[in-house]
Write a protein that binds this ligand. Structure first.
Ligand code: FE
Ligand code: CA
Length: 533
């Protein structure tokens, strides 16, 4: 490469295209001459083993993502430890006949050779296709779409809520089926990876039944940055997951297992000193950023990530994506589910933190769209669990029932503002749950509807309706549907009706699980809660 070519390539780090700005596609200092950039690469194995992804769409663009990793499970993904130039292009058509924007970005070794290009200047409410090139290799194409302009008329929106994808516990058939759905976006509620060790090949008990891992984690419980990177690489090697990423833009969040089971703010579940846990949390959040199609605004800084954010889908729906992990108080009752106690009820304990709570309340108050969607990680319904054969009634310490004062503040805000168009989608509980959200104690009318999406794989095949836990929560009138199967929730939002289909697979331990709809429930605008479709 001549010096002229080299300068032209580096200048090309700023994107080209008709009126298109790529935003901070390249970091500011990347536009300057860099002595160590590898701009000619050859690969023995193609580097796009982890697929492509798009996320955080806005009316003028979205993020496109890939990571160079020819050998995903090897140190550094099999990459040479130097910055590498990657070409990208965005087109109006799947055949890339009409290119809307193109440019060059740098895959940094500091960021596991991930590439995040933040596009701007695209047209609203349009599909686009994108792909990457490096060292003579080309990625498969992904599809994304921009949002309608805020306030623009929009009659219909379809999206999926899904998450909890333990690698050892089943095939990602749900992601394959999601890739085939005609949807506008995916909301991932978290548990994208699980932090546990390889549990071995032996059959063990899971939920009281024999279970043999379908496939295995690599290595021990993950703590270091390289551990987390390798775990993401393992999960993202799955072709069904890659297909779902390539099919639609995602809004991703994270829950507990991206870091450690049931962590809260600076605390893990094991009683580790916060100043020690902080190293693990920072490593986990860096790896999360490296592997997710999120904006620069969500790049970790000081060991934290700005994850809560909003998106508007014309005049139809405002989505508030919450972070119920980074700012929450320590779990009550020592993290154990238990009877309602002073800990669960304490006004000093928070799920969202003051800043996020005020941001959410302001967004709900000011939202003018037909629907207000609260997309978050854990169950908002307050379920009393009455064990079969007697014993005391218990509540979850990890869900909103363990943060009752914050739950009451949120529901009080919805009631005080007279909002009758609030729906929450959530997850984490490894079953489908759909029902009405009522204030503590169940007094008064429903204030919102909840669709809690079951896991993609976690919990393996499940027991369907023959479920002791199901019987233990049957006394909760707010609960309209529950089933222990794997799947996802398909939401179909119209101007007056918000329809949720609880999609289930008959099995995930074999690759050919059959998809069906267990139940369909609707929320009618102006009438909070759920009705049968
Ligand atoms: Fe989970
Ligand atoms: Ca979880």
């Amino acid at each position: 490469m001549t010096e002229f070519d080299r300068r032209r390539l580096l200048a090309g780090l700023l994107a080209t295209g008709a009126g298109v700005l790529a935003g901070p596609a390249a970091f500011a200092q990347d536009a300057a001459e860099r002595r160590n950039l590898l701009d000619t690469m050859t690969f023995a194995v193609p580097p796009f083993q982890l697929g492509v992804a798009a996320g955080d769409p806005a009316a003028d663009g979205f993020v496109i993502w890939t990571r160079l990793a020819p050998e995903p499970l090897q140190p550094h993904g099999g990459m040479v430890m130097a910055p590498v130039a990657v070409q990208w292009e965005v087109a109006h058509d799947a055949a890339f006949r009409t290119v809307a924007a193109s440019g060059t970005a740098i895959a940094h070794p500091e960021l596991a050779h991930s590439v995040h290009v933040e596009l701007a200047g695209l047209q609203p409410d349009r599909p686009y296709w994108y792909r990457f090139r490096c060292g003579g290799e080309r990625s498969l194409a992904g599809r994304a779409q921009t949002l309608p302009l805020a306030g623009a008329p929009k009659d219909r929106l379809r999206f999926v809520a899904a998450g909890c994808q333990h690698y050892e516990e089943g095939h990602y058939t749900a992601w394959r089926r999601i890739a085939e759905e005609p949807i506008d976006f995916v909301y991932h509620y978290g548990d994208y990876i699980y932090e546990g060790r390889d549990t071995g090949a032996a059959t063990r008990l899971m939920n009281g039944r024999p279970f043999t891992p379908l496939r295995r984690h690599v290595g021990q419980e993950i703590y270091s940055l390289d551990d987390y990177r390798r775990r993401y690489a393992l999960y993202k090697s799955d072709p069904d997951l890659q297909a779902a990423h390539a099919a639609a833009p995602w809004f991703v969040s994270f829950d507990d297992h991206e870091i450690d089971n049931n962590w809260a703010d600076g605390l893990d579940q094991d009683g580790t000193a916060p100043e020690v846990f902080a190293f693990r949390r920072a490593a986990a959040l860096q790896a999360w950023y490296e592997h997710m199609p999120v904006r620069r605004a969500s790049m970790p800084a000081g060991g934290s990530v700005q994850m809560f954010r909003r998106a508007s889908f014309g005049d139809l729906l405002d989505a508030h994506f919450l972070d119920t992990r980074q700012y929450r108080s320590a779990l009550g009752n020592g993290g154990r589910n238990g009877p309602m106690n002073d800990d669960f009820l304490s006004p000093r304990r928070t799920m969202l933190g003051e800043r996020q709570e005020q941001w959410l309340f302001a967004g709900l108050s000011q939202g003018t769209a037909r629907w207000q969607l609260i997309a978050q990680q854990v169950m908002l319904m307050q379920l009393a669990v009455q064990p079969e054969g007697g014993g005391e009634t218990t509540y979850s310490a990890d869900q909103w029932s363990g943060y009752l004062h914050g739950r009451e503040r949120l529901l009080g805000h919805i009631a005080d503002r007279g909002l009758t168009n609030v729906v929450t989608v959530s997850g984490d509980a490894h079953r489908h749950f759909a029902g009405d959200v009522l204030r503590h104690g169940g007094e008064g009318p429903p204030l919102a509807a909840e669709f809690l999406a079951t896991s993609v794989t976690s919990g393996s095949d499940g027991v369907g309706l023959d479920d002791a836990y199901h019987r233990s929560v049957a006394g909760n009138d707010c609960l309209k549907a529950i089933i222990d199967r794997r799947g996802y929730v398909l939401c179909d939002v119209g101007r007056d009706v918000f329809r949720g289909e609880l999609k289930v697979l008959d099995q995930v331990m074999r690759p050919d699980g059959q998809l069906s709809t267990f139940a369909t429930l609707v929320a009618e605008r102006g009438r909070p809660g759920l009705q049968p479709a």
